[in-house]
Every structure is written in C-alpha cells, then in structure tokens.
Ligand binder design. Structure first.
Ligand code: PEP
Ligand code: MN
Length: 277
C-alpha cells in the first residue's frame, strides 16, 4: 500500500536529497551563547510546562543550568485543552524571560499560538515553539517562516509523518530554514499513556528529511515514571535531542503535574542517558 507519495516529497525543501547530510540548526545570537541542534551531540531542553512565577522560574532555571541544561522551556502562552485550565502568564511574563536570560544566559524556548504572540515573543526568546495543536495552523506557520528565529515544530497529535513534513515545508517555503521537528506522541487506542510515542518517526524522519528531530517523552507518556526509559529509547533511536518537563515542586504544578519531573528525578534521568550525550 502506498501510504504517501515519496515522489512528491523528494521535490520539497524538507526532503533529504541523496547523500545529503543532516542540517544543523544554530540557536542563539552572534553576540550571546550559540548552540547547534542536529549533526552533533544531542541537546537537552528542560523546564516547566508553563512559567508560573518569576522567583521559582529563576531558581529552576539556575538549578537546571547547573545540571548541564542549555535550553530552558520558558512557556508563557499555553494552548490548553480546556478553557478553564491555567492559560499561562501570557504577555505579562515577557519580562521574566529577559530576567532569566540576564541571570543565567540560558537559551530560551517559548511557545506561540498566534501571529501576535509570535511577534511579541520573538525579541525575548531564542526559539519559538509551534505546539501539536497548531501544527496545521498554516497562517501561523507562514508567519513564523518570515521571522528570524529557529522554530521547534511539534507533530500534530493526529498527523502523519508526511503531514508533519508538509507543515515544516510551509515554514521553509517562507524563507526560514531553521526548523527542528519534535515527536511528542500521537493519538492511538492506548489509554494507559496520554499519547503513544512514535519511536519509528525518529529514524523515519531521518530517512526522509535533513531537518533535525528531537522528542518529548513528557507529553507523549503523561506519566513521570515512564519519562526516563522513553528518553533512553529516544536517544538510542538517533534523535538530536530531548525535551522534558521539570518543575520545582511537581505536585504543585499548575499544568501537567503528573508528568513533571523534580530536579532530583532530572538528575537520575541525566545519569541514565549520559552515555548518549
Ligand atoms: C508544550 O511543549 O508545552 C506543549 C504544550 O506540548 P504539545 O504541544 O506537544 O502538547
Ligand atoms: Mn505541558
């Protein structure tokens, strides 16, 4: 059965041409700290589901920096499934991003859900994230394609690999070549885990595309206990990085508490994946 047209894919900007090496995406600015994702050592991105308060965010960022994290999740705009759940600090939190940068010089990743949020956030963050719920928001994809920031593009929870690569194509076609794909689990009939981490997507994307690919075991599993073993699987399968949720006090996290790691859990995770880093 033909699952998708590989012929069409071969003409796309995201496609890996024969003999083509994987792309390294440069994160950070010429003046500040720089880091490459893809083609080298895997990167570890960590931080809370959402920023909640400045003091805790700063102390968590400092703690994670000491543990070797180079990119901090600094999320302000949360696309929640329920309108009654915590929606993030929003615009009011932008100054926290500046303060974290000033005090830690960590690279910052922040999610945006609209063109307006992208314009507001870009001056304060090193990487913009398009989450699973916006992978098919084509106007947003085109908009971030015109911005001078690397983009982490998460896989739509119901998207095939080819649909996901087409979403990335929207960004590249507008002139932004700096896209990092992120596998974050897809919907299946399995209910024990929040989603199903599609490990095969990692080598499949490597085969089809030159873009770097990372994976997020936190949203994929929704369960703290599964994050370390899944992280090993992600890195063993050749991913260019890992993104995990860490909270100072996981049980008090305003969002995704069941999947948040404590700093101690994160130390154990780091030990367990050290062989890949
Ligand atoms: C996130 O990384 O903060 C997030 C909301 O993830 P996803 O879009 O994969 O659900
Ligand atoms: Mn989350």
């Amino acid at each position: 059965m033909n699952f998708f047209s590989e012929d069409k894919l071969s003409h796309m900007l995201v496609a890996r041409k024969p003999e083509q090496h994987g792309t390294s995406v440069c994160v950070g600015s010429a003046e500040g700290k720089k880091l490459f994702i893809g083609g080298g050592k895997p990167v570890v991105i960590a931080g809370p589901c959402a920023l909640e308060a400045e003091e805790e965010a700063l102390s968590l960022a400092k703690g994670l920096k000491e543990l070797g994290v180079s990119i901090f999740r600094a999320m302000l705009f949360k696309p929640r499934s329920s309108p009654y759940s915590f929606q993030g600090l929003g615009e009011a939190g932008l100054s926290i991003l500046d303060e974290i940068k000033k005090q830690t010089s960590l690279l910052l990743l922040s999610e945006v859900c609209s063109e307006r949020e992208a314009d507001l956030t870009a001056p304060h963050a090193d990487i913009l994230q398009i989450g699973t719920r916006n992978m098919s928001n084509f106007e947003l994809l085109k908009h971030v394609g015109r911005l001078n920031r690397p983009i982490v593009l998460k896989r739509g929870m119901g998207a095939s690999i080819i649909e996901w690569l087409n979403a990335a194509e929207y960004i590249l076609a507008e002139g932004n070549p700096n896209v990092i794909l992120c596998e974050r689990g897809i919907k299946t009939f399995e209910l024990y885990t929040r989603f199903t981490l599609d490990i095969s997507a990692i080598p499949a994307v490597k085969e089809l595309s030159h873009l770097p690919i990372i994976a997020d075991p936190s949203h994929a599993s929704g369960r703290r206990s599964l994050i370390t073993p899944l992280s090993r699987a992600i890195l063993a399968s050749g991913a260019d990085g890992l993104m995990v949720e860490v909270h100072q006090s996981p049980q008090n996290s305003l969002s995704d508490a069941k999947q948040a790691l404590s700093l101690n859990d994160f130390i154990e995770l780091k030990k367990s994946v050290q062989v890949f880093l």
